[in-house]
Design a protein around this ligand. Structure first.
Ligand code: ADP
Ligand code: ZN
Ligand code: ZN
Length: 740
């Protein structure tokens, strides 16, 4: 029999013969050793070959690899689905199933030496030795006291390094035997968490849990994914914990995905306080050894819960009963690179379908796509409309920065924000100032009327290109010169604007020299642990004002915060992306959710040049439904998701002419190859030059993503590589991109 194997370091499947010794012993997901061009590589067996290649002498599989446990077969199937859906190779998708270091056999199980006592009558022996060899006696008495077994390092620590000699003697005499035991590298080794009993659920939570229970026990064919729409602080996390407890009682496993897990230590603590050692974590801040050991614990079924970032959707559980995605609208669930550029929400839905598990999505600001699915009856909608203890949602004030300008205030802080800061700080309360860094300095806006200059075709903000000083739409390629006066009001106060977190920090210190300010952005959190350290200082009230970027919008629960300020909402409103309004609504709602979580009420101040913008108005009213109604109309009118799907193709390389020519070729290959959807571009990408490489892109649009993906694949296959103007040009594909 011939089988397909994917080998480390290649992007193709290879076919091997199964030796007689392995006949009947291979199942998809098993790790094998294969001969490969004179070397031996680690391969993954994926299944029988559909059609063995002709005219090639096939080699035999050399053997099984017993050290790495096999991948569960449904995950191999999930990888195949992922490759098809996101237009990557199958081997690239398979790589998601095992930590890189483990696949390369760079990490192994850590083992340590331990000793076991081998004496029937210890007391007799100890008293016999006491005179003649006191240290020997001490060692044996110690071993008896600790229960007959101890790790070498522990013995040396307790009895001193000089005990090494007596140990040697005891081993020779046969009183002790040495062995090696596996030692888990525990990410929580020095973090003790007190167990916390569950609180009594609120009636709303009770009802939500009942809905989840219904879906859990429903026959898989009738099981509906659940979308939990709950305002910030409404007790969603508690609901997840209860749902997980239910699945555990059913004898099944649960996966809970959280955005950027290294940023949410509070969340993990709550899981551990509830479920103790039954929780594994998977995220990028673990060491390779920790990640490998956590993976092994999951694989061996030693835990029934995993909390993890995006990639944990591929956690090697068998028997998954529940997949939860917290803050399901978060962009971090989308992988950007390396391929496949998958979305964990989509993959989770497919995994749940394959394994008969329930998918639960939760958010205060569901992705438009998700809420649309709830509106059309695909998802079951569960709402938590109130905060725990009926704490009010904080009032949100929109401050018109045009007015500030007219009143002669040129500072980055409005008078209202300064007044609020005065009050908060003199009451010894805490504040968060938020600044959106993405999109900063890329758009041109009128400071008199607040209009940003948009593409006439695509209704997204035009991007300012510094080099040749013009504006361009990076969806359709439309370009325009930078106007001297505002096209809508004639003012000459037209320019790009923005201030970094550093400026905000300086300005604060200038205004309040004695106030303790901390800044949290990519620059201040590069060091491992820096992020947690800043949050701890803020939690301990060693810091009065926290200034930060997106990082501070998520999941933080600081009861002392009573004021949240958004320094400039426009940087987000004018992102050159059709999701700009959605992102802004989510952002304002999420940062507002950080205010007033304790006993004292909170408030929120949002500074903007567009106070009439529908997304801001809805966010100020905490009105998701109003936002959704408005935004879904816009999406339908302009044929954007969820009414259409997109595929984003980026062509990049150091030689601009080759990149441009390749982009044209790609367009031709698709247009002439029978691609059925719309082709926008090619145009220079929003980041037209990145790390020395020129970037052009095309945006494909159509109603059926699977059909589009299949067509793109067929077009490229037919072109047989002839679309590339130079070998140095590369192409990346993003199906259903979350930002372009
Ligand atoms: P969300 O995830 O929706 O932001 P959380 O689950 O974090 O909400 O709940 C907000 C706060 O209320 C947390 O401090 C949590 O411990 C607490 N909480 C949640 N449910 C209850 C409950 N039923 N009774 C008392 N406190 C609760
Ligand atoms: Zn204007
Ligand atoms: Zn356009």
């Amino acid at each position: 029999m011939a089988v397909d194997v994917t080998a480390e370091g290649t992007d193709k499947l290879f076919t091997y013969l199964v030796p007689r010794s392995l006949a009947g012993r291979l199942t998809p997901g098993q790790w094998v050793r294969v001969p490969f061009g004179g070397r031996r590589l680690v391969g993954l067996y994926v299944g029988p070959a559909e059609r063995p290649p002709e005219g090639v002498a096939l080699k035999e599989i050399a053997g099984l690899l017993p050290d790495i446990p096999p991948i569960p077969a449904p995950l191999v199937q999930l990888a195949r689905w992922t490759a098809d859906r996101y237009l990557s190779t199958f081997p690239a998708a398979l790589r998601l199933l095992l930590p890189t270091e483990a696949r390369r056999q760079e990490v192994r199980t850590l083992t340590i030496t331990n000793y076991r006592l081998n004496v029937d009558d210890v007391e007799a022996l100890v008293s016999e030795l006491r005179r003649r060899a006191p240290r020997q006696a001490e060692l044996l008495a110690y071993m008896a006291r600790v229960g007959g077994e101890a790790e070498r390092a522990q013995v040396l620590a307790d009895l001193g390094e000089s005990i090494a000699g007596p140990i040697r003697v005891a081993l020779e005499k046969g009183w002790l035997t040495a062995g090696r035991v596996a030692r888990r590298r525990d990410p929580f080794a020095d973090e003790h968490v007190e167990p916390a009993p569950p609180p009594v659920l609120t009636p709303e939570q009770e009802q939500a849990l009942a809905s989840i229970r219904q879906e859990l026990i429903a026959p898989p064919a009738f099981r509906q994914p659940v979308l939990v729409h709950g305002v910030t602080g409404s007790g969603k996390t508690e609901l997840y914990l209860r749902a997980i407890a239910l699945v555990r009682e059913m004898g099944k496993n649960a996966i809970c995905l959280v955005p950027e897990i290294s940023l949410t230590p509070q969340m993990i603590q709550r899981f551990r306080a509830r479920f103790g050692g039954d929780v594994a974590v998977l995220h990028s801040a673990l060491s390779a050894g920790e990640r490998f050991d956590e993976w092994q614990r999951i694989r061996r079924g030693e835990v029934s819960i995993v909390v993890g970032a995006r990639s944990a959707v591929f956690a090697p559980f068998e028997n998954v009963g529940l997949i939860i995605i917290d803050e399901e609208h978060e962009q971090s669930y989308k992988q950007e690179a390396p391929p496949p550029a998958y979305h964990a929400r989509e993959v989770a839905a497919e995994r749940a379908r394959l394994e008969g598990a329930l998918l639960v999505l939760g958010s205060a600001t569901p992705a438009l796509e998700s809420f649309h699915l709830a509106q059309t009856g695909v998802y079951r909608l569960v709402s938590l409309g109130h905060r725990i203890d009926n704490r009010p949602l904080p009032p949100v004030t929109l401050v018109d920065m045009r007015e500030e300008l007219r009143a002669g205030n040129r500072s980055i802080f409005s008078r209202a924000l300064v007044e609020a800061l005065d009050q908060t700080l003199s009451a010894r309360e805490q504040a968060i100032l938020f600044l959106n860094r993405r999109g900063y300095n890329t758009f041109i806006m009128c400071r008199s009327c607040g209009e940003a200059i948009q593409c006439v075709h695509c209704a997204v903000a035009l991007t300012y290109h510094l080099g040749d000083d013009h504006l361009a739409c990076h969806y359709c390629g439309y370009t325009a010169p930078v106007p001297l006066v505002c096209p809508s009001c004639g003012s000459d106060k037209i320019r790009h604007l923005g201030a970094g977190t550093e400026r905000v920090e300086q300005e604060l210190q200038r205004l309040y020299p004695h106030v303790r300010v901390a800044r949290m952005d990519v620059d201040t959190t590069r060091r491992k642990g820096a992020h947690a350290a800043i949050l701890k200082r803020f939690a301990d009230h060693e810091v009065d004002v926290l200034v930060g970027t997106q990082m501070i919008t998520k999941g933080l629960d600081f009861p002392g915060v009573t004021l949240v300020g958004v320094v400039l909402a426009d940087t987000s409103l004018n992102l050159p992306d059709f999701r700009a309004a959605e992102r802004t609504f989510q952002l304002v709602t999420q940062v507002a959710g950080r205010a007033g979580r304790g006993d004292r009420p909170g408030r929120v101040i949002v500074q903007t040049y567009q106070p009439d913008h529908a997304a801001l108005q809805a966010a100020a009213e905490h009105d998701y439904h109003r936002f959704f109604a408005e935004e879904i109309r816009f999406r339908q009118e302009l044929d954007y998701p969820p009414f259409a799907h997109m595929i984003h193709l980026v062509i990049s390389g150091e030689d601009e002419a080759a990149v441009a020519a390749t982009a044209q070729n790609v367009h031709r290959v698709l247009a002439e190859g029978g691609f059925g959807g719309q082709i926008l571009g090619p145009a220079p990408a929003p980041l037209a030059k990145l790390r020395g490489k020129y970037r052009y892109h095309l945006v494909l649009k159509g109603p059926d993503v699977r059909a589009m993906a299949a067509e793109v694949k067929a077009c490229f296959a037919a072109a047989r590589g002839k679309w590339r103007a130079s070998r140095s040009v590369s192409l990346s594909v993003d199906v259903d991109p979350v930002s372009i």
